[in-house]
Design a protein around this ligand. Sequence first.
Ligand code: HEM
Length: 359
Amino acid sequence: MRKLLHSIYSWSDERLGMTGLLTFAGKKTVPQHRHSFWYYWGGISLMFFLAQAVTGVLLMVYYRPGPDAYESVRQITYDTNFGWLVRSVHSWAANLMVAAIFVHMFSVLFMKAYRKPREFGWWSGMGLLMLVMGFGFSGYLLPMDELSYFATKVGLGIPASLPLFGPKLAALVRGGLEVNEFTVQRFFALHVVVLPALFIPVLMFHLFLVQKHGNALPPSEERKPAAERRSVPFFPNFFMKDMAMWLIAINVLALLAAVFPWDLGAQADSLKPAPVGIHPEWYFMSQFQVLKIIGRLAPGFAGELLGMLIFTAGLIGWFLIPLYDGNSESGRRARRTTWFGLIVLAGFIVTTIWGYLAV
Ligand code: HEM
């Protein structure tokens, strides 16, 4: 048996060159220091994404976009064996994934892992975050219950109020003047075809960069003499710990999905007034609240335009971080970038809580 396995391996190796890859993987090491815990969060985000992909395909077996969308989600939740669980895992994993990405992004920021040569890691990561937000926004509407319907209506009202292309763009995304079954059809195409087709190559590029450059050392470790720095082989040491973290993350996901099954509200009715307490997902709450505050200070079109300008400037600022603080020699820029990150993080938390208190 051993001989047979060996000859199968040699035969494949001659054609695929696996030994070279294994030797390469065997040489990879991961730095060990008191901030190493933060190295797990990219992997945890990846694990939640895989859970999303598997449960998403299962949901697609029964989900029917279009006028029947709500009824199909009702059947998945109440009539299909384990349908409620698959739906609950999909929705919980989406939220946990966004949370894990935030932890990953801010830890990368505070460990200064965006510095040369990892700039493209930061930019591709920003691309992934925006695509994930797109997954969240498009997925939220799909059940067509009251909350998702009215929240999407409010969300699409923002671009609709912008000058020039705003109304045209909103009508294109909605598939008409109103949010209805045509919008569901478009959002479904976005959610299961367009966004995955964009997300997967960007993710591959991101992971390729991690392999190419290895994990960055935080500045506190970089200052130490090389002889004092410690590292462990990626395989099997770090890989096993990575898997242990995945196991913990899967347990958290399973527990939340089973104990707090994802709710399905009443069917959306466009003729009814919007129920009280309409709000977007938690990761859009901060932007929603900031727009509300600006709207109060500068009512009407001026406020909406100002809001858009602030978000665009913030996004450009976030994008430019690696160029501004790409050089570990400049202490002042490093401190300013850390402060910028802390202010954004604090602002995000405060406005999110404020948003929930205000609905
Ligand atoms: C779906 C979303 C994402 C996935 C699956 C993902 C995955 C990963 C993985 C597996 C790693 C290597 C392990 C680690 O350092 O944690 C990593 C590293 C990295 N990620 Fe992400 N990531 C995502 C989003 C982001 C975002 C939003 C940013 C920042 C804007 C980002 C920036 C980086 C950088 C700069 C590194 C290199 C860190 C280092 O060298 O220590 N990633 N990512």
